[in-house]
Design a protein around this ligand. Structure first.
Ligand SMILES: Cc1ncc(C[n+]2csc(CCOP(=O)(O)OP(=O)(O)O)c2C)c(N)n1
Ligand SMILES: [Mg+2]
Length: 627
C-alpha cells in the first residue's frame, strides 16, 4: 500500500488532468483493483469482453460479476478465440475489443490473437493475469515471464507497479492501442486485482479524437497530376489504408480510366461489381488482377503495404504513393511521388486537379479480360459436378446474403473462393486474418460479429482444416444463441497447402490429406443445428432454413477436392492446363492486349521478375503462398 502522503501526491498529480480536488483524497471510496479496471473499460464505452477464467484471475471474475449489467462477459471456450475475437472487433467496427486470460496457459493461449492484431495494425487490449507479485520470478506454479513474452506480441505491455496504478495503466493501454494501432497488454498480478484502492480515477473519454490525417501538399498534387498526364497505362493499387475512400477510388478510376487492383484486405472498399475493379493481385486473386499488374507504367499506390507487392508491377513503372505512415514510402517499390496524406483527401485533390483521360489500351484490355473471366466463372454456377464445385455454392451465398451481412472468413482456399466469387455490395462487411493469416480465425470473428451486430446475418466461411482448429466455439454460439451460419467447406485436405505442394514446390503431397468428418453431427453435439449438403439445391434449402430460424446453424458442404484455378501458373497455352481447369473459354491476356493495341514493351518490366525466379526449385523466397 502507498503511504498516505504518497496517495495524496498521486491524487494531486492526477488532479491536474482529472478535475480531482485535493480534499477528495480524504473522503475517497474504495474499489478493488479489478473493479477499477472495469470502471475504466466502462468509461471507454466498452460494453463486452471476451475471456476465460482461471485462479489467477479470480479478482477479475469477481469484477465480471459486479459489472455484469454494464459489461457483457462472453465466455469463449479457448482463450485464443477470445483474443482473435477481440482482434476482429476493431477490424469490423473501428472500436477496440478486449479479451482476458489467466496466468500461464491461459496467457499463452492469447498469443495467436495478439499477433493477428499486431500484423493487421489492429487496436485491442488483452488483460493477462499473473501470479501474485511475491511469487513472480521464483519458479512458481503457472508463472512465466509474461512481461518479456508479451512485449513482442504487443505494441505496448505493462504490469502495474502498484495496485493503485491499475486504472491508469488500463486507460493508458487503451490509449496506446488506438494510437499505435495494435494490441496493448495489461498484466495484472493476482494480489493487485484484489487490493482495495482509492476510487479516484476517471477517464477523459470525450478528449479522445478520431484519426485525422493531413491533406496532401500542393507540390505533391502537382507532381502526381503531371505523372498521371504523362502515363500511358495507369492503374491504381490500393489496400486497407484506402478504407473509407471508395467513392473517390471509383471517381478516380472513371475520370482517369485506371483499372483498380488491390491487396486482399482492400476487397470490399469498392463493390466487386464495379467494372474497373480487377480484384486482388496474387495467388488468391482472380486472373485479371494478376495479369493487368504486369502491363502498367504508372501505379497510384494507396494505403497498401502488402509484402508480396515486391513481386509485382514492372520495375520501371512509376509510382505515386499515398500513405499516412512515412515509413512506407518506397518500401515495396521505387516511388516517384510521395504523398504523406489521407487517402480520401489525396485522391480528391488529384481528381480535382487532373485532366480527364481517354481509355488507355490497358484499360480496354483489362475490362475485356475481366468480362471474359466473369463469364467463365459464371458458366459453372449451375454445374452439377459431384462433389459440388465452388461456383454453385457461392452463387447461393451471393443471392441469399443480406445487404448488410457480415462474413467471418477463415484461412485457406476459402480466401481464394471468397476473393474471386463473393460479390460484396452495399453495407456488407467482412474480416479475415490478413498478414498473420491464422487458421481458426473464422469462428472467433463470427462471435464478434454476432455480438456487435446482433441484428445482422453473420456468415462464417471456413475450410475443414481451419474449422477443426476453433470448432469448439460452436458451444459459445449455442450458449448465447448467436445467429451465425457456419459453412464448412469439406474438401478433405489442407487445400491451400496441397495446391502449393502440387504446383509451386512440385513435391509429393505430404501431411495435407484430412479424414472426412461429420461436422453436422459435431454441431448437433454442441447444440447447434447441423446439416450436410452435397448439391446446390440442398445448400440453398439449408441456407433458407437458417435465415428463418433463430440462433446458429452449421452447414457441412461436401466440396470439390479440386484446387482452384492457378493464377500464378496461368498457362492457357498449355492444353493440359486448359483441360485441368475446363478453361476452353478463357482467353489469355495477350489476346486482349493485342486486340486493344497494348504495346509489347508495356510489359517490359515484367520480364525483370524472371531473373529472381529459380526454376524448377521450390519457391522458398517469395512467400507469396504462405497465406
Ligand atoms: C494456424 C495455422 N497453421 C498453419 C497454417 C498454414 N496454412 C495456411 S492455409 C492451410 C490449409 C487450410 O486448410 P483448410 O482449412 O482445410 O482449407 P482449404 O484450403 O482446404 O480450403 C494451412 C495449413 C496457417 N495459416 N495457420
Ligand atoms: Mg480443406
Amino acid at each position: 500500500m502507498l503511504a498516505f502522503a504518497n496517495v495524496k501526491n498521486y491524487v494531486l498529480m492526477m488532479s491536474e488532468d482529472k478535475n480531482i480536488c485535493e480534499g477528495d483524497a480524504l473522503k475517497m471510496t474504495k474499489i478493488s483493483g479489478a473493479d477499477a479496471m472495469f470502471q475504466v473499460m466502462y468509461d471507454w464505452d466498452i460494453d463486452h469482453v471476451f475471456g476465460f477464467p482461471g485462479g489467477s484471475f479470480d479478482s477479475g471474475m469477481n469484477a465480471v460479476h459486479n459489472w455484469k449489467d454494464k459489461i457483457k462477459f462472453i465466455e469463449v471456450r479457448h482463450e485464443e478465440a477470445g483474443a482473435l475475437a477481440a482482434s476482429a472487433e476493431y477490424k469490423l467496427t473501428g472500436k477496440l475489443g478486449v479479451c482476458f486470460g489467466s496466468a500461464g496457459p491461459g496467457a499463452a493461449h492469447l498469443f495467436n490473437g495478439l499477433y493477428d492484431a499486431k500484423f493487421d495494425k489492429t487496436p485491442m487490449v488483452a488483460i493477462v493475469a499473473n501470479v501474485p507479485t511475491s511469487r513472480q520470478d521464483i519458479d512458481f506454479f503457472q508463472a512465466f515471464d509474461e512481461d518479456k513474452w508479451f512485449l513482442n506480441a504487443s505494441v505496448w505491455c505493462r504490469q502495474p507497479k502498484t495496485a493503485d496504478q491499475i486504472p491508469v495503466i488500463m486507460d493508458e493501454a487503451i490509449r496506446q492501442a488506438y494510437a499505435r494501432k495494435g494490441p496493448a497488454v495489461v498484466i495484472i498480478p493476482k494480489d493487485f486485482g484484489w487490493q482495495n484502492i482509492d476510487d479516484n480515477f476517471r477517464v477523459n473519454y470525450n478528449a479522445h479524437v478520431k484519426d485525422n490525417y493531413p491533406a496532401p501538399t500542393k507540390t505533391s498534387v502537382e507532381d502526381a497530376v503531371k505523372l498521371l498526364k504523362e502515363a500511358k497505362n495507369p492503374v491504381m493499387y490500393y489496400g486497407l489504408g484506402a478504407k473509407g475512400a471508395g467513392d473517390e477510388i471509383k471517381e478516380f478510376a472513371e475520370k482517369f480510366k485506371a483499372p483498380l487492383l488491390t491487396s486482399y484486405l482492400g476487397k470490399g472498399i469498392v463493390e466487386d461489381d464495379f467494372p474497373a475493379y480487377m480484384g486482388t493481385i496474387g495467388r488468391i486473386g482472380p486472373k485479371p488482377a494478376q495479369e493487368v499488374q504486369n502491363y502498367t507504367d504508372l501505379v497510384v499506390w494507396v494505403g497498401n503495404n502488402s509484402p508480396f507487392s515486391i513481386l509485382w508491377f514492372p520495375k520501371n513503372a512509376k509510382v505515386i504513393q499515398i500513405d499516412v505512415d512515412p515509413a512506407k514510402f518506397g518500401k515495396r517499390h521505387k516511388t516517384d511521388v510521395s504523398m504523406l496524406a489521407d487517402a480520401k483527401k489525396a485522391l480528391r485533390a488529384i481528381i480535382d486537379a487532373g485532366e480527364e483521360r481517354r481509355e488507355s489500351p490497358l484499360y480496354k484490355a483489362a475490362i475485356a479480360d475481366r468480362e471474359n473471366w466473369d463469364a467463365w466463372q459464371t458458366s459453372f454456377k449451375d454445374s452439377d459436378e459431384s462433389p459440388v464445385r465452388p461456383e454453385p455454392i457461392w452463387d447461393v451465398i451471393n443471392k441469399e446474403a443480406a445487404d448488410n451481412a457480415v462474413f467471418a472468413v477463415d484461412v485457406g482456399n476459402v480466401n481464394v473462393d471468397h476473393c474471386r466469387l463473393l460479390k460484396l455490395h452495399d453495407d456488407q462487411k467482412w474480416t479475415t486474418s490478413g498478414l498473420h493469416a491464422t487458421m481458426g480465425y473464422g469462428a472467433p470473428a463470427a462471435l464478434t460479429a454476432a455480438t456487435v451486430y446482433p441484428d445482422r446475418e453473420v456468415w462464417q466461411l471456413a475450410g475443414d482444416g481451419g474449422f477443426a482448429m476453433m470448432n469448439q466455439e460452436l458451444l459459445t454460439m449455442a450458449r448465447y444463441n448467436m445467429h451465425v451460419l457456419n459453412i464448412v467447406f469439406t474438401n478433405e485436405t489442407l487445400g491451400y497447402i496441397q495446391a502449393e505442394q502440387e504446383d509451386e514446390s512440385n513435391q509429393p503431397l505430404s501431411g495435407v490429406i484430412l479424414p472426412d468428418n461429420d461436422w453436422a453431427k459435431v454441431a448437433e453435439g454442441m447444440n447447434v443445428k447441423g446439416v450436410t449438403v452435397r448439391t446446390k439445391k440442398e445448400f440453398e434449402a439449408a441456407v433458407k432454413e437458417w435465415k428463418k430460424m433463430d440462433g446458429p446453424m452449421l452447414i457441412d458442404v461436401k466440396y470439390t477436392h479440386e484446387m482452384p484455378y492457378s493464377t500464378e501458373l496461368n498457362t492457357l497455352d498449355d492444353p493440359a492446363f486448359v483441360k485441368k481447369y475446363q478453361a476452353e473459354d478463357l482467353k489469355p491476356f495477350s489476346y486482349f492486349a493485342e486486340k486493344y493495341g497494348l504495346e509489347a514493351d508495356a510489359a517490359s518490366g515484367a520480364s525483370q521478375h524472371e531473373e529472381t525466379e529459380p526454376e524448377p526449385a521450390p519457391d522458398t523466397v517469395s512467400g507469396a503462398s504462405q497465406h
